[in-house]
Design a protein around this ligand. Structure first.
Ligand code: SAM
Ligand code: SF4
Length: 365
């Protein structure tokens, strides 16, 4: 039996978890773009293609006990490409990043990328990955249309890597990075989350390791998105701590360029001992220096719901409409309505901040 789809500007359905206010779109200007009430327009789409992962990073997933989405609730490759096409053709999306969970655990990733690379106008296509298995797949992903990658690597010391990811797989990540380089993916950025007393003391060595290999390090403040809810604002390492950790060995000078909505603040790195300019490092201070006022993101979860922010407490289910036969314009209208309700900021610094129920792996970082 087919379900009826509301016409016009339907109200999005809140699926998670507290059913807070649905956006009222009566004051929304008549624009095709993904505009919100704070005059921001989303042009950057993050698509989670799976909530499954082969690592268990402590700041993201629990050691065990997480239930993953059944296959039938996860968008198919065809559905993902259709959603992205709606984003690109009707909503002004210019950049698409695939993430998860671990996107490489989907065997049809190249098919998804190829479908998106065939869109007009062609969006910029990137991938955030833990790189396990990338050595076998980098060439085919690059041929399919992948432009750039970010690899998550918190430590190049085996023991620390295993402690943080709960898996002894550093060698596989390093092989993946080499495979990406051989496939010609450029630039390769490295994402590292710093945890106090675990890998913070390794930061200067990690930066040196990356600069030596022409990899662009992005150090990320830990956010309250871990499944175990152990994040502690008073213990997390801040951007200021990161500067202090690097200060004995490197001088950091801010890069004088427009950030253009990018989350990382970039710095030129000079090695104090030699005076040599070594390259750049990025610091992503989502907690202590939020960049919400210039946020250009919208997110699609693996089950086809729009989240307007990592920290949203509500989602808009597009998959039900899609599978019930909604046309592209109807889906686009639901997406626009959802984006109109985007909050001005993530609210982590507010006393009434509540961590989302979903861990990062189930949202898509
Ligand atoms: N599995 C892939 C990976 O690790 O790159 C893609 C998904 S992962 C959720 C995306 C990014 O989110 C990674 O760079 C990871 O380090 C980051 N991340 C996960 N949990 C985080 C947290 N609690 N705070 C800050 N960054 C986090
Ligand atoms: Fe998996 Fe990425 Fe989360 Fe680590 S950060 S557990 S690799 S999804």
């Amino acid at each position: 039996m087919s379900r009826r789809i509301a016409l016009g500007m339907p109200k999005p359905r809140a699926t998670d978890p507290t059913r807070v206010d649905l956006p009222d779109t009566s004051d929304r200007p008549d624009t095709p773009a993904l505009r919100d009430r704070y005059a921001r327009e989303a042009t950057d789409l993050r698509v989670s293609i799976t909530d499954f992962c082969n690592l268990r990073c402590t700041y993201c997933m629990p050691a065990s006990g997480l239930t993953f989405l059944p296959k039938e609730q996860t968008l198919t490759a065809e559905e993902i490409v259709r959603m992205v096409r709606i984003g690109v053709e009707l909503l002004g999306i210019e950049q698409v990043r695939f993430t998860g969970g671990e996107p490489l655990t989907r065997p049809d990733l190249a098919e998804i990328i190829a479908g998106v690379a065939a869109l007009e106008p062609r969006p910029d296509i990137s991938l955030t990955t833990n790189a396990i298995g990338l050595d076998q797949r980098a060439a085919s992903l690059q041929e399919a249309g992948l432009d750039r990658i970010n690899v998550s690597l918190d430590s190049v010391v085996s023991e620390t890597f295993e402690c943080m990811s709960r898996r002894p797989l550093l060698h596989r990540v390093l092989a993946g990075i080499e495979g990406a380089r051989e496939a010609g993916l450029d630039p390769i950025k490295i994402n590292a989350v710093l945890l106090p007393g675990v890998n913070d003391h390794e930061l200067p060595d990690l930066l040196d390791w990356c600069l030596t290999r022409d990899l662009q390090l992005r150090v990320i403040e830990q956010m309250p998105l871990d499944a175990d809810h152990i994040w502690d604002r008073t213990k997390m390492l801040t951007a200021a701590d990161m500067h202090a950790l690097l200060a004995d060995r490197f001088t950091l000078r801010p890069v004088d360029e427009d950030r253009n909505g990018a989350p990382a603040e970039l710095f030129e790195v000079t090695e104090i001992a030699t005076g040599a300019h070594r390259g750049r490092v990025g610091i992503i201070a989502s907690v202590t220096r939020p960049f919400c006022a210039d946020c250009r993101r919208t997110r699609l979860t693996a089950e086809g719901s729009v989240r307007t922010c990592l920290f949203s407490r509500e989602e808009t289910d597009l998959r039900s409409a899609l599978r019930a036969g909604a046309d592209d314009e109807q889906i686009a209208d639901m997406w626009r309505a959802a984006q109109w309700g985007k909050k001005p900021g993530h609210g982590m610094d507010r006393a009434d901040f509540v961590q989302p129920d979903r861990p990062m792996s189930a949202i898509g970082g």
